[in-house]
Design a protein around this ligand. Structure first.
Ligand code: ZN
Length: 126
């Protein structure tokens, strides 16, 4: 792979990394106990939305639990993707980028351009 292509792919990985982190920041907070792990923020309780009506309060809580679950699923996806992107950047640093993790063969440039974080060639894609 030529250096220009590698630089382009590295650029898109870095851009994607920034994007993933800013998206994660909006829904999750970095877990200080687990490196690289993110925890979903719990929805802020909007005091002005609380009414004395019990039924309504229950409804609000259910919506918030729902929201947390959606955020959890989304943050899991983002976290996984971030891990892949980081591992691709790591490989660029170590000089073993673009190698299929299954067979050790070269991943075609076209595939890397479509997904710079690809870990395998098309044959060994899950
Ligand atoms: Zn392969």
């Amino acid at each position: 792979m030529n250096q220009n292509t590698l630089r382009e792919l590295k650029n898109s990985l870095e851009k994607e990394k920034d994007m993933l982190i800013s998206e994660l920041k909006t829904i999750a907070a970095r877990d200080p106990k687990v490196k690289g792990d993110w925890d979903v923020k719990h929805s802020e309780w909007e005091e002005n939305e609380i009414t004395s009506d019990e039924e309504l309060e229950a409804g609000v809580s259910a919506n918030e639990a729902d929201e947390d679950m959606k955020n959890k699923a989304l943050s899991d996806d983002l976290e996984l993707r971030l891990r892949d992107v980081n591992s691709a950047l790591d490989k660029i640093e170590k000089g073993n980028y673009g190698i299929c993790e299954t067979c050790g063969g070269e991943i075609p440039e076209e595939r890397l351009k479509a997904d710079p974080a690809a870990k395998t060639d098309i044959e060994h894609a899950k």
